[in-house]
Design a protein around this ligand. Structure first.
Ligand SMILES: *[C@@H]1O[C@H](CO)[C@@H](O)[C@H](O)[C@H]1NC(C)=O
Ligand SMILES: *[C@@H]1O[C@H](CO)[C@@H](O)[C@H](O)[C@H]1NC(C)=O
Ligand SMILES: *[C@@H]1O[C@H](CO)[C@@H](O)[C@H](O)[C@H]1NC(C)=O
Ligand SMILES: *[C@@H]1O[C@H](CO)[C@@H](O)[C@H](O)[C@H]1NC(C)=O
Ligand SMILES: *[C@@H]1O[C@H](CO)[C@@H](O)[C@H](O)[C@H]1NC(C)=O
Ligand SMILES: *[C@@H]1O[C@H](CO)[C@@H](O)[C@H](O)[C@H]1NC(C)=O
Ligand SMILES: *[C@@H]1O[C@H](CO)[C@@H](O)[C@H](O)[C@H]1NC(C)=O
Length: 635
């Protein structure tokens, strides 16, 4: 035998790893799958796993046929595992929930005695909560059941041996750039992705959920410390369970991957089978009546054609008010943007932000590449000022500002059009570990200088001062040559009046907000300089302004400050730079960052001074030690 191979075999034997191809699988659709189906579960001709059909009070199960050995026989520890699946719940009638579905680990594939309805096809009233069940389930529960202590009718829960969840939360996902959770409706009919990760080392079970268009959020929705040793038996089956009650939603699973001792393979979202259209096939019975009445058919056809024409018109319908006429030159027609983004289709989606979605498009006539940000906007209040601001900001031209091209408006929706930036936002380059290359020092220096120059233009080179209000890495976009351009200005007033109650009067992003702004609520050029200072530190250190809880320096600024006071300022520079820079340059830029993000507004330089400092035309003043300085000395 090849000596290398036998060595590998010995290692495998020693570590107890057996090469089992069933420890890992990925199904993008279930056309060719090894599933055991039970109850009313079925696989549709196009490869969807449909757990429940429209028969009432039934259950449906689907299990991976091959059992898993999830336990290390020598020490009884449960192995780490990870799974990921896409599901969709299509309610029978809009907004009428059924009972939900669950991802299950169970010692058998039948779950004998399990009842439908609120028992989700998992348990019955006698065995619910019994530790002899050895069942672990992640429930996607759409009914508020007080008997089981449910928190509401739209939650995700971790269930051990019974339906009383040991941990549960309203279905929601973490939005990276605003650092908050956003609610999701499980019964929206939209496909959503769920990740369940168990780490044996940490003894932690994480559950994460997000809409299909959003990549896995960094923060799980549920994270529970759990010792699964007593729950998991040597042999377990994994799968799904769902039930119908008096309401019969269709519960679908579109794709599923699993892996033991590793990260479950990513699903190929573009190759998943598609869901039946929501309206389709709902009222077959009424259709028969229509058919029997020949005359009515004729009328219906006529009616449908009229409806079609009306709908076609409504599709492109936009709102145009008299006051808007003066902004006509900056106004795009909705039809034009609809065509440019190929009907706002998913493939054109560039990202989802706190305020809406951003699509890539190409203007049909000029072939200009654009980015269209859609912002849903409930109230009319403030719209006039916002549009005015967009129109006037469309006249701003600077090579370090993302060019605002104009806007469009429909009922409850504002669309803002920008030039397209091929390299996307800077934060991706700083934090997204999947990007193969990291930014080198000269690129970072160039980006900082560029943003400074764009901001100087807004602050000092226009007739009227423009305060940006939301400077941060995710608002800096990179063009094909990696030049940084500041984006997303001109919407601050909309955000002020926004319907989102969590972002009321203090506009900005947590971590970049100057201390005086929280007191006065007034954004000024100095509060912009503060955020710019935080931004500089972020780019040099490659770290977010607010750290994970575990870190000793919660705030990036405090951490840099501390290192500077201890005379080791260079230690904070991003390790990925591997020391490939001129230490003097890095030190200068870090100190400029500290000066800008100084707690005392008067101590901060103006953007003109910042430019001079960056160019070496002004020598760096003493950084005042008041405020934060003293506090740190005592601690
Ligand atoms: C199983 O447990 C033994 C004893 O604790 C340990 O040496 C071994 O590495 C474990 N195997 C795996 C695959 O974790
Ligand atoms: C649901 O599935 C079951 C089992 O496959 C079948 O007997 C029943 O007729 C189906 N009901 C409907 C309404 O399709
Ligand atoms: C509940 O399920 C168990 C098997 O797990 C069965 O023995 C028992 O009879 C069932 N109880 C009811 C009320 O159906
Ligand atoms: C999310 O849903 C929960 C429960 O329905 C509700 O209490 C909460 O206010 C919602 N949050 C937002 C931001 O809408
Ligand atoms: C679970 O989430 C926590 C918090 O984000 C993280 O620290 C931990 O590594 C995660 N564990 C697993 C198994 O994904
Ligand atoms: C987990 O539970 C098993 C059996 O109940 C026990 O032997 C083991 O010590 C526990 N591990 C931890 C880390 O609590
Ligand atoms: C995903 O599926 C699409 C369509 O079936 C295919 O063209 C593409 O190559 C797949 N991507 C990967 C990474 O497998």
């Amino acid at each position: 035998m090849d000596p290398k191979l036998s060595l590998l075999l010995v290692i495998c034997m020693l570590t107890g790893i057996t090469a089992n191809k069933y420890d890992e699988f990925t199904y993008n659709g279930f056309k060719r799958s090894e599933l055991y189906l039970d109850g009313i579960a079925e696989i549709t001709p196009n490869g969807l796993l449909r757990l429940t059909n429209t028969t009432r009070s039934q259950r449906g199960h689907a299990f991976h046929k091959v059992p898993l050995h999830l336990k290390n026989s020598s020490d009884g520890n449960v192995y780490s595992f990870s799974t990921c699946f896409v599901f969709a719940i299509l309610p029978e009638y809009p907004d009428v929930a059924g009972d939900g579905l669950a991802f299950v680990l169970s010692p058998n594939m039948e779950l004998p005695g399990a009842l439908p309805k609120q028992f989700l096809g998992l348990f019955n009233s006698t065995n619910n909560g019994n530790s002899a069940n050895h069942v672990l389930a992640i429930e996607l529960d759409t009914i508020l059941n007080i008997d089981f202590g449910d928190i509401n009718n739209n939650h995700v829960g971790i269930d051990v041996n019974g339906l009383r969840s040991i941990n549960a939360a309203t279905a929601s996902y973490f939005i990276e750039n605003i650092g908050e959770f956003k609610n999701l409706s499980l019964i929206s009919g939209e496909p959503m992705q769920v990740w369940v990760d168990y780490s044996n080392l940490e003894k932690k079970l994480n559950v994460t959920i997000s809409p299909m268009s959003v990549p896995k959020p960094s923060h799980p929705l549920l994270s529970s410390f759990m010792n699964l040793s007593s729950v998991i038996l040597d042999t377990m089956y994994i799968g799904f369970s769902a039930s119908t009650g008096s309401s019969v939603p269709s519960n679908y699973v579109l794709g599923w991957s699993f892996k033991m001792n590793g990260q479950a393979g990513a699903l190929n979202l573009s190759s998943l089978p598609s869901l039946p259209s929501k309206k389709h096939g709902r009222k077959l019975a009424s259709l028969i009546i229509w058919l029997s009445l020949g005359v009515v058919v004729f009328i219906t056809i006529t009616a449908f054609s009229i409806a079609y024409i009306i709908r076609r018109k409504a599709r492109y319908a936009e709102v145009l008010e008299e006051w808007e006429l003066e902004h006509r030159t900056h106004r795009f027609s909705y039809k034009e943007l609809f065509k440019a983004t190929k009907g706002f289709r998913e493939q054109n989606l560039l990202g989802v932000g706190g305020f809406g979605r951003v699509y890539k498009g190409e203007l049909p006539t000029s072939k200009t590449e654009i980015a269209v940000k859609t912002i849903s906007h409930g109230s009319k209040q403030g719209m006039r000022e916002v549009v005015g601001e967009i129109a006037s900001n469309s006249q701003l031209r600077h090579r370090n500002l993302v060019q605002l091209l104009g806007y469009s408006r429909r009922r409850g929706e504002l669309l803002v059009v920008y030039e397209f930036m091929s390299n996307g936002s800077l934060d991706k380059f700083l934090y997204d570990t999947s990007k193969p290359t990291t930014l080198c020092w000269s690129q970072r220096q160039n980006i900082i200088r560029g943003v400074a120059s764009g901001l100087l233009y807004l602050h000092e080179e226009l007739e009227q001062i423009v305060v940006h209000r939301d400077i941060k890495a995710s608002n800096v976009l990179l063009d094909g040559e990696m030049n940084g351009k500041l984006g997303d200005f001109g919407l601050s007033r909309l955000y002020d009046h926004g319907s989102d109650a969590q972002i009321t009067h203090v506009v900005g992003t947590f971590g970049y907000i100057a201390p005086e702004l929280t007191k006065t609520g007034r954004a000024t050029t100095r509060t912009d300089v503060f955020a710019f200072g935080v931004f500089i530190l972020e780019v040099v250190c490659g770290r977010r302004p607010i750290m994970q809880q575990e870190s000793p320096d919660l705030h990036l600024v405090d951490g840099v400050w501390r290192s500077w006071r201890s005379g080791v300022i260079l230690e904070v520079a991003d390790a990925r730079l591997e020391g490939d820079y001129n230490p003097k340059d890095v030190e200068l830029i870090l100190k400029i960052g500290l000066l800008c993000s100084h707690p005392a507004p008067a101590a901060r330089p103006t953007m003109r001074q910042v430019m001079q400092l960056l160019d070496g035309d002004l020598s760096l003043p003493e950084i005042p030690k008041d405020g934060r300085g003293e506090e740190l000395e005592e601690s």
